[in-house]
Design a protein around this ligand. Structure first.
Ligand code: UD1
Length: 417
């Protein structure tokens, strides 16, 4: 298992280019199952999760080739309907093959994903959405087993906005008979990216980004080509890294309108965030001010940026309160940040952080993707050496993060083991 070693104290300067969004690439890859033929995807990030989704598609009969950032998916022979436990357990997002497989083949058998590093993450909304569209769904031997003679359009309402369930419902609804209205749909940019792709495939999808998505089903779908949108969480992670180190960096390819909540919070800390030709420029403050953050569905502050922002608050001037409303237990970074000298009190889903002037390097362990990112950011400003182990988590969602940070002046290396 690789380790990342950071010798802290360097200011980040220069330019960095943002990769394609993991969370947009995964459902778009799944959506190719809706129509037979050859699809070309560009700006696909080179990440472990993308490779896992490639394996899932291959198991379903598709041919997948991924070179550099281009991917070709041939779904002509995608006629198998089972996504096995061995793959789904490694990546929860595999569950987004449920909707397209069921809609195209009339049946799907997809393993339940199981728990996560930060607690249970149910898939009941996904299952309910398929039932609302007229499918029979049972849980058998740890698998979601769904079948239908033909899906029917319907009106469905999610109690909580869910990115994955909205995506599954949208994809299945494209091949259903009649119109489907998805109320309280998620509004994340990745939903818009999927909707755009489905439209390019010939589907009639409207309302993405508004909370009510309408899919007029039954149109014949065909292959399409797509460029994956830039990753707003990778963008946010670099924005925070620059703010923490008092740096000055142009983040190429970053879109401000997808990172507004993070940008606004960073400005409150004293950082400057401005749009420039080709991206976003971030200039860090001398000493960031403490600010409070509450995570919320898009366009609110993303839960996927909570851990990184806590790293920033660990060295801020004053005390801040971070409230996690999406995943109440998503705090595995807290004990590790404390090992680096952060002062954090945790009461259920509320963390109170008292900023310290200096963190001190130590050995820490990553326990999930965004927690790993937070530890790397903390290492960038800690005195001495920080060693982050179990970095396979970071490889799930950040492309070459150590190379990108090193190019900005950080002293960071990967120890291959
Ligand atoms: C997606 C993102 C993930 C991000 C999360 C929240 C992908 C591949 N992953 O995950 O990075 O952290 O959105 O922004 O896009 N819920 C249920 N039942 C369900 C589904 C969800 O109760 O069937 C709850 C969840 O526990 C959570 C909330 O709904 O509290 C939102 O989760 P959801 O938006 O579904 O997250 P994912 O799509 O899994």
């Amino acid at each position: 298992m690789d380790k990342i070693i950071i010798d802290g104290g360097q200011r980040l300067e220069g330019e960095v280019t943002i990769s394609g969004a993991k969370n947009a690439a995964l459902p778009i890859m799944a959506a190719t199952l809706l129509a037979p033929g050859v699809f070309h995807l560009g700006n696909v990030p080179s990440l472990a999760d993308v490779r896992t989704m490639g394996h899932v598609l291959r198991v379903l009969g598709a041919a997948v080739e991924h070179h550099d950032h281009s991917m070709t998916i041939d779904t002509t022979n995608a006629r198998y309907h089972e996504a096995p436990y061995e793959l789904v357990k490694t990546m929860r997002a595999s569950v987004c093959v449920l909707g397209p497989t069921l809609a195209r083949l009339g049946r799907a058998r997809v393993s339940l994903p199981g728990g996560c590093a930060w607690g249970p993450r149910p898939v009941d909304f996904h299952i309910r959405a398929m039932k609302e569209l007229g499918a029979r769904v049972e849980i058998e031997h740890g698998y979601i087993v769904a079948s239908t003679e033909g899906l029917r359009g319907t009106t469905m309402h999610f109690d909580t906005s869910s990115v994955g369930a909205t995506e599954n419902a949208m994809m299945a609804a494209t091949l259903a008979d009649g119109a489907t209205v998805i109320e309280n749909a998620a509004r994340e940019p990745e939903i818009g990216a999927l909707a755009e792709f489905l439209r390019a495939m010939g589907a009639d999808v409207r309302g993405d980004g508004t909370g009510t998505v309408v899919v007029e089903g039954g149109h014949e779908l065909h292959p399409a080509d797509v460029e994956i949108i830039p990753d707003r969480i990778e963008t946010g992670t670099f924005m925070v890294a620059i703010a923490m180190t008092g740096g000055d960096v142009l983040i190429r390819g970053a879109k401000l309108d997808h990172a507004t909540a993070v940008a606004m919070k960073l400005r409150e800390t004293g950082a400057q965030v401005s749009e420039e030709d080709g991206g976003l420029r971030v200039r860090g403050p001398v000493w960031p001010r403490a600010v409070n953050v509450t995570t919320a569905p898009y366009p609110g502050f993303p839960t996927d940026m909570q851990a990184q922002f806590m790293a920033l608050m660990s060295i801020a001037d004053g005390s801040s309160v971070i409230t996690e409303t999406i995943y109440a237990d998503r705090f595995s970074h807290v004990p590790e940040l404390k090992r680096l000298g952060a002062q954090i009190g945790l009461d259920r889903n509320i963390a109170v952080i008292t900023g310290v002037r200096k963190l001190s390097g130590a050995k820490v362990m990553a326990t999930d993707l965004r927690a790993s990112a937070a530890l790397i950011l903390a290492g960038l400003v800690a005195e001495g050496e920080t060693e982050v182990s179990r970095v396979y988590h970071i490889d799930r969602g950040y492309e070459a993060i150590e190379k990108k940070l090193a190019a900005l002046g950080a002293r960071i290396t990967r120890l291959k083991q």
